[in-house]
Design a protein around this ligand. Structure first.
Ligand code: 9WN
Length: 417
């Protein structure tokens, strides 16, 4: 009875479209006004799926604008600072990067590779030239990951918690504890002026986030220099699984359109082999580990369940998904509720995120697991009850974080609603 009636459904669809339109800054969308006033990489990829439901041309534009910020190295930044905005910290001066547009110097999960393919499928005639024009750029980004973000065991790692997109997940705790940020200097946070501090990463985290940015800036954002003695290298299922899926989608679509897919199949095979190193044998699930010392996070997170999105069959993970859904009524929590580090409202240490649920749910359905549809239903229910907010308390469903959020609206239009 909490699910929408037809009238309520069409109101919600309308409200979701209105959020995308309101967050449109002309060619790119901000995640939410105020808290996040720039273009974020994976948020934009989700935005494009939402736009594709009513304006395919605008959907392509979102991804094209994202790639206009691509660096010569192939890296696509996690934030593009199109117009200065004092409401967000750290801004372009703190990053001190020199790409084609002012940007951050780290990347984010390359879900745009998969979603560009989805835009192509939504309207092949309209999309084929656009896809072809982006193809070598998308491949260059994929190859950049393989060159600069792959560890000795073949797993894709991140060099900053923000790179994974799961800022304060327990996955980074071990590597973060090795950083001594005492020379970080004074800085003023903006996030806690927009939303309640209890829902955000702590000062302990922020000191280390900024310290890592300062280190890389000192090294001129040079990939080779940054790789030397890098104190933060954590193998990340988010990055690995999303990249693997993206490369598969590029290969399939590239072949259909007769584009140059040379080498792609081999790269996919390498990523498939590398995925095995993310399997934590002690815990029996996919996990992250600190590449510098091999220590596992022992954390069953929503990223652990992206294995299906990556095209891996992983039937063992189905049992784990059932366990976390039994413990948390409102969708896939970012950390299993039975983990002592679980914190229901603190960002990536507990809350449920619509966009993660979409990748988990769709992946599970593709692998033939009934739980995929269950994840979709719960996501639909929580959004119907509590609105298009940034994320939700997985135990009570309560709204948390920013309001009128782009990716939650997009996920409603493209999948949950
Ligand atoms: C840092 C925009 C982004 C998301 C991330 C989310 C959060 C930024 C922040 O907001 O990160 O990139 O300042 O907290 O963790 O996944 O892309 O929505």
């Amino acid at each position: 009875d909490t699910l929408p009636t037809d009238a309520a459904q069409s109101d919600r669809n309308e409200a979701a479209r209105a959020i995308l339109i309101a967050n449109d800054r002309g060619g790119y969308t901000v995640p939410t006004a105020g808290l996040y006033p720039y273009q974020w990489n994976w948020d934009s990829a989700f935005a494009s799926l939402g736009f594709a439901e009513f304006d395919i041309s605008r959907a392509w534009q979102e991804i094209e604008t994202l790639f206009s910020g691509q660096w010569d190295s192939g890296m696509v930044p996690h934030i593009l600072f199109h117009k200065p905005d004092p409401g967000y910290f750290p801004g372009p001066d703190v990053w001190g990067c020199a790409g084609p547009i002012p940007s951050s110097g780290i990347t984010q999960p390359p879900v745009a590779l998969s979603f560009a393919t989805r835009l192509l499928r939504a309207d092949p005639e309209f999309g084929k030239d656009r896809f072809a024009a982006l193809f070598s750029k998308m491949r260059a980004w994929g190859e950049w990951f393989l060159k600069w973000r792959r560890d000795e065991k073949g797993a894709i790692f991140v060099v900053h918690p923000w790179e994974s997109g799961r800022d304060n997940a327990p996955d980074w705790d071990d590597a973060m504890s090795g950083i001594d940020p005492q020379d970080v200097g004074f800085y003023e946070r903006r996030d806690t002026q927009h939303v309640d501090a209890s829902m955000r990463p702590t000062k302990y985290d922020y000191d280390r986030y900024i310290w890592l940015v300062q280190r890389a800036k000192r090294l001129g954002w040079d990939d080779a220099a940054m790789a030397e003695d890098n104190p933060f290298r954590v193998a990340d299922p988010t990055m690995h699984f999303i990249l693997l899926r993206g490369m598969r989608d590029l290969l399939a679509a590239g072949e259909e359109l007769g584009l140059d897919t040379d080498g792609l199949a081999g790269q996919i095979a390498e990523l498939e082999a590398g995925a095995e190193s993310l399997w934590n044998p002690g815990m029996g699930f996919y996990d992250s580990y600190n590449c510098n010392n091999g220590i596992w996070s022992n954390a069953l997170t929503n990223a652990s369940f992206l294995c299906w999105f990556a095209g891996l069959s992983s039937p063992h993970m189905e049992t784990h998904l059932q366990r976390v859904l039994d413990a948390a009524p409102y969708g896939v929590p970012s950390l299993a509720p039975f983990d002592p580090r679980f914190d229901a409202k603190r960002y990536w240490r507990g809350p449920t995120w619509g966009m993660m649920n979409m990748m988990i749910g769709e992946g599970a359905t593709e692998q033939g697991f009934a739980l995929g549809e269950e994840v979709r239903k719960r996501t639909r229910e929580v959004i119907s009850k509590y609105g298009f907010v940034e994320y939700f308390d997985p135990m009570t469903g309560e709204a948390a974080g920013g309001k009128a959020f782009t990716w939650t609206a997009a996920v409603w239009l493209a999948w949950a609603g």
